[in-house]
Each structure stands twice: as C-alpha cells, then as structure tokens.
Ligand binder design. Structure first.
Ligand SMILES: Nc1ncnc2c1ncn2[C@@H]1O[C@H](COP(=O)(O)OP(=O)(O)OP(=O)(O)O)[C@@H](O)[C@H]1O
Ligand SMILES: [Mg+2]
Length: 359
C-alpha cells in the first residue's frame, strides 16, 4: 500500500487523479488536501510515501510549500503537478527539491504509475547516498582522531617521562644543589604539555563560528601588530599590502589566529634580511588571504606531509605541528581551503581562502 497525499485546490483534479490511481493495479491510498494548511496539519500526524503537489493552489505557491518541507528535513518524494508544460517551472521545481514534474493535461494511469514508482526509487537511492556520505565522513573523522591520538602520545609522553624522573629525584632528595634547576625543568615540561593540549583543543573545538562583517585590512593590521616584536628581533621586514575598505564575513578571532600561524611559520622559515608580505586575492565567491615569505621554501619530499597533524620539522618544544591543520580547519569552516606554492631557497606563499557569499 502506497500512501499518497494529493495537495490540490481543484476538486476535479482530485476526482481525476483518484480515477487514474484506481486504474493502476496495486494499491494506492489517496488522501486529498485541498489547501496547504490542510496538508501541513495532516503531515503532523502522518507522513505519506509520496506527495502529489499542485504548482499553484489559488494564491499559494506549491513550490514554497515544497521548500518548506525540504527545510524541515522531510525527504519524501514530491511530484509537482502543473497545468502547462513549462521548462522554467520544471527547473524551478527541481531546484526547490521536487523529485519529478508532471503536466496535468498529459496524465494517464501509465504515466502516473511510472512517475510514482520512479520517484519512490529515486528518493530511496538519495536516502542511501546520504547515509553512505555520512558514514564516509565519520570514517574520515576517525582516521584523523587516530592520527591525533598518536600525536598526543608522542608529544606528551616525552615531557611526561622527564617530569616524572625529575619529581622522583626531588622526592628522593637527589637534586642536591640543583633543586631550583630541577623545579624549573619540571615547570618547562609541564608548560610544553600545556601548550600541546591547548593547541589540540583549538583544533578540536568544533564550536560554531561567530561570523560577522570584518574589515580585512584592519584584521591583517592587528596580526602585524601582534607579530611586530618577533619580526623586528629577527630582522624580517613586514609588508602589509591589503587595500582599505575590503570587507568579508568571517570569524574574526579564529581568522586572526590562523593568519598568525601562517606568519609564525613564515617567520620561522625566513632568515634575517627577508620579508613577510600579507596581501589579498579574489576569485568568484571567495577571498584569499595570502602570506608570502622569502624563506627556505618547502622541500618536495615533505610537501605532502606538512598538513598532517603533528608533522613538524622544528625542534622539540618549538613546534607541535598543529599550526597548519588549524589553518586548514579554519579555511574549511569558512567554506574555503588552503593553497600552497613554494620554491626551495626562494620562499613560500600560503593562501587561506574564505567563502564570501555576500558578494
Ligand atoms: N612558510 C613556510 N616555509 C617553509 N616551511 C613551512 C612553512 N610553513 C610550514 N612549513 C613546514 O610545515 C611544517 C608544519 O607546519 P605547522 O605550522 O603545521 O607546524 P609547526 O610550525 O612545525 O608547529 P606549530 O605551528 O604547531 O608550532 C613546519 O614544521 C615546516 O616544516
Ligand atoms: Mg606553525
């Protein structure tokens, strides 16, 4: 038994449809909803297997109702019925989430039967696809979690071993005159663990973004202010090349943190006398924040790995390898990505793309 709702203000259409469905061998249970309000109320009690939805119900639009159903997460098959064949309406119906589109004057029992069965199998396929997609995403997440777990063990267990033996020595009174040094080493070890865990938290924080209009030049200027002392002490020239007045929708503090990560990496790779430039670039729908350095570049042998959580070429205690994963995550949360261009001995350019739907 296939339960069908017909949402149509015209009683003649109901009689016609009932007649056609009656001609189809197999069983349909047809319920007639003469208005969208009636359909809305009925849907609160029962969700049918399929909806036949009139394109225009008096002053009301069937497409708006369809969009409302889809927004509410109802994935059931919906076939739009219309008085005339019109490609534009057909396209609009599909864009609104219709499973199929039929012209009333061309309806026959055979066409209706075929359309209903087809719509039901399409929507079943669609449901399975969505399920598979979710499962895949879950698996991808798991493997990242595995990588991260391995990284934590590595990053935290070294200082942990050190701290434990220092504490043991202090407890046993073996520190002698070096008690202060021992305590300082314990503090350093704990600090390293804290930094690792904090960057991990930043990465794992899947809190929703706080999106607001930001002034890109102002945001970049804030980054340069925070980096000023570091760049000066390393003899690196800062270059700000962002036009005034450029705006974007973004999570300000997250994006600042991501840019700082890129600038910090650039500073670590750049010798004294070099420069770090931040500029912007655009492509349709996106804005790119570009951090360019005149540093060492990235060797092809490691280029594949630099985005892995915990991959670092820096000495113990200096880098955790969580900077770029944070940048990638930030870009992805903004609907974008990170692109990298690098030449060994010449320098590196990293572009963090953010979607910019507003324009
Ligand atoms: N601008 C750059 N130039 C050259 N190498 C870079 C650059 N940016 C990143 N890398 C390489 O990529 C690696 C990973 O970078 P990432 O920011 O993820 O971690 P990290 O800087 O080593 O540590 P963390 O950012 O957690 O302190 C770095 O260790 C470095 O080898
Ligand atoms: Mg880094």
């Amino acid at each position: 038994m296939i339960r069908v709702f017909l949402v149509d203000d015209d009683e003649d259409d109901y009689v016609l449809t009932r007649g056609l469905l009656g001609d189809i061998p197999g069983s349909f249970e047809l319920a007639w909803m003469p208005s969208i309000d009636k359909a809305r109320a009925a849907l609160r009690d029962t969700v049918p297997d399929l909806i036949l939805l009139d394109y225009l119900l008096g002053a009301e639009s069937g497409l708006d109702f369809l969009k409302e159903l889809r927004r509410a997460g109802l994935g059931l098959p919906v076939i739009i019925l219309t008085g005339q064949g019109d490609r534009e309406i057909d396209m609009a119906a599909m864009a609104a989430g219709a499973t199929d589109y039929l012209v009333k004057s061309e309806l026959s029992a055979a066409i209706l039967d075929r359309a209903i069965r087809y719509a039901m199998s399409v929507s079943e396929l669609h449901r399975k696809l969505l399920e598979d997609h979710e499962r895949l995403q879950q698996m991808e997440k798991l493997s990242v979690v595995g990588l991260i777990a391995a990284g934590i063990v590595h990053e935290v267990s070294n200082p942990l071993t050190g701290v434990m033996s220092l504490v043991q020595a202090l407890h046993d009174g073996k520190a002698g005159d070096s008690r202060d040094e021992y305590f300082k080493a314990v503090k350093d070890g704990l600090e390293r663990m804290r930094v690792t865990l904090r960057s991990l938290l930043d990465l794992a924080r899947e809190q929703p973004l706080t999106l607001a209009e930001v002034d890109v030049a102002e945001l970049v200027a804030a980054c340069f202010r925070l980096m000023a002392a570091t760049l000066r002490s390393r003899g690196i020239t800062p270059v700000q090349d962002v036009p005034a007045g450029l705006r974007a929708r973004a999570d300000r503090s997250r994006v600042i943190q991501a840019i700082l990560n890129l600038m910090m990496n650039a500073a670590d790779a750049t010798p004294s006398g070099g420069s770090i430039t931040v500029s912007v670039t655009k492509k349709p729908g996106s804005i790119g924040i570009v951090v360019t350095d005149t540093g060492a570049g990235i060797a092809p042998a490691i280029a594949e790995r630099i985005l892995e959580p915990f991959f670092t070429t820096k000495s113990v205690g200096k880098g955790t390898g969580l900077g770029l994963p944070f940048v990638v995550q930030t870009a992805k949360l903004h609907g974008g990505d990170l692109t990298i261009a690098s030449q060994v001995g010449k320098g590196t350019t990293m572009t963090m793309w953010l979607r910019d739907d507003a324009r």
